[in-house]
Design a protein around this ligand. Structure first.
Ligand SMILES: C[S@@+](CC[C@H](N)C(=O)[O-])C[C@H]1O[C@@H](n2cnc3c(N)ncnc32)[C@H](O)[C@@H]1O
Length: 305
């Protein structure tokens, strides 16, 4: 198996229940419905992950928009499937939105639903976007929400940003002696805390940009989660692959990833992005269209694998 060179499957070959297995590092990409327990079991095939990073459609602008109650019922199903796919000690990170024009849904109802699950809430993180949206009659919306829960007692490795800790003059008495802020720290840089303002959101000029994927998460955010809540070689799951960010970061960070999407096109794109990265070292297509390539271009690209 180890010598077998992986290739991008044809779109016609990717149907519901299809699972692509990577012969090099053991990653998997399934065309599955995250809310279907049989599909998720087929993807996991008896393995248990220590980290889940889930980024479902937020029920706001894109994909299908449902009534909040229906959406939460659907979430409850894929959350159960996620918890079944995890080891006894594991971390769960869930990206979610809060619509300020609709009672901040689905975030509050989702949080209430999570109280019924066998996990403990640990943090409520906000990723601050550099660009926002909204009218001049309201505060501009620049945030993406990230909920962090734990099952059992998983690892947590403290993280540091690359922002130097320069703040002097922040004194504290230690054993009767007045100390400076910088003296009390193990690192010259600050910790990310629960507001991440140092990570650039994905936009068209970044190499990691994948043009048809408007819901793409930045690789550095996924790297931070993986570094904090898993160790090298650990298994990570993400049932909403889209552009395949979690899979790609798992490859870069030396983790194994089982990912999935209900849409065969995004499954194919996810596999394509991984294999192209291995071939070229590029993390995205910047402003090109990987899915709308001509046949000739597609053949040319396929020859790479
Ligand atoms: C917000 S995007 C995920 C973005 C991803 N984190 C990235 O960085 O590219 C949500 C994805 O979930 C997929 N999806 C929607 N319903 C699904 C379901 N029931 N099961 C699996 N995937 C689903 C959509 O096709 C879409 O690609």
């Amino acid at each position: 198996m180890a010598n077998q060179r992986p290739h991008v499957p044809e779109l016609d070959d990717i149907g519901p229940g299809y699972v692509w297995r990577d012969p090099i590092r053991g990653h998997r990409v399934g065309c599955i419905d995250a809310a279907n327990p049989d599909h998720v079991r087929a993807l996991m095939d008896g393995e248990a992950a220590v980290l889940a990073i889930q980024d479902p459609p937020y029920n706001l602008v894109t994909f299908d928009i449902r009534k909040t109650g229906e959406y939460i019922e659907w979430c409850s199903k894929w959350v159960d499937n996620t918890l079944d796919a995890l080891a006894d000690n594991a971390s769960v990170y869930i990206w979610l939105g809060a619509d300020q024009k609709n009672d901040f849904q689905p975030l509050p109802d989702f949080m209430i639903m999570m109280r019924t699950k066998s996990v403990r809430p640990r943090s409520f993180i906000t990723l601050r976007n550099q660009r926002g949206y909204g009218t001049q009659k309201n505060w501009m919306a620049v945030r993406q929400e990230l909920l962090y829960y734990v099952k059992g007692n998983p690892v947590f490795h403290v993280q540091y940003t690359d922002i130097p800790k320069k703040t002097g003059g922040y004194y504290k008495m230690v054993n009767g002696e007045l100390t400076e802020n910088l003296e009390r720290s193990n690192s010259g840089c600050i910790r990310p805390a629960n507001v991440w303002y140092d990570i650039q959101q994905v936009f068209y000029r970044l190499e990691e940009n994948v043009k048809p994927c408007y819901a793409q998460k930045p690789l550095p955010a996924i790297e931070r989660i993986m570094n904090a809540s898993s160790d090298p070689e650990d298994l990570v799951v993400d049932f909403f692959a889209h552009s395949g960010t979690t899979l790609l970061q798992a490859e870069i960070s030396g983790r194994c990833c089982f990912t999935a999407d209900i849409d065969p096109g995004y499954c194919r794109l996810t596999i394509h992005r991984l294999l192209r990265y291995r071939q070229t070292g590029l993390t995205g297509w910047q402003n090109e269209q990987p899915l709308n390539v001509t046949n000739a271009r597609q053949e040319e690209t396929m020859q790479l694998f």
